[in-house]
Write a protein that binds this ligand. Structure first.
Ligand SMILES: [Zn+2]
Length: 112
């Protein structure tokens, strides 16, 4: 999972450097509003913690797929068959990412 905000002038993704698993955690780390710097157009702007979106990290899902492929090759070489586990691994990675982003996005901080 990665956290992003969207630039108000060029609409590009701005990555938020934080490992906060939930919105209240992010609020604790950064406060209600914090400055972000657009990597694309250089605009500095303030974002409210509710404007941050969690999106799935495709790199992690890709790692899951790679592990799945390797386990399939391994099982094929040693046992002459492919077990369901090879297909379940990438699915679990995807599910974990999907659940993490959903729980982040569904929780909004009450605006004062
Ligand atoms: Zn921008």
């Amino acid at each position: 999972m990665k956290l992003v905000a969207y630039c108000s002038s060029c609409k590009k993704e701005i990555k938020i450097k934080s490992k906060a698993p939930t919105r209240p955690d992010l609020q604790m780390q950064r406060g209600d509003e914090f400055k972000v710097n657009c990597q694309n157009c250089g605009k500095m702007e303030k974002k409210h913690v509710n404007e941050v979106r969690a999106v799935t990290n495709n790199t992690i899902i890709l790692i899951g797929i790679v592990i799945g492929i390797f386990s399939a090759i391994f099982l094929w070489l040693f046992y002459g068959g492919i077990a369901t586990v090879s297909f379940v691994i990438p699915l679990l990675f995807w599910q974990q990412q999907s659940n993490a982003t959903k729980s982040f996005n569904s929780y909004m901080i009450r605006r004062k």
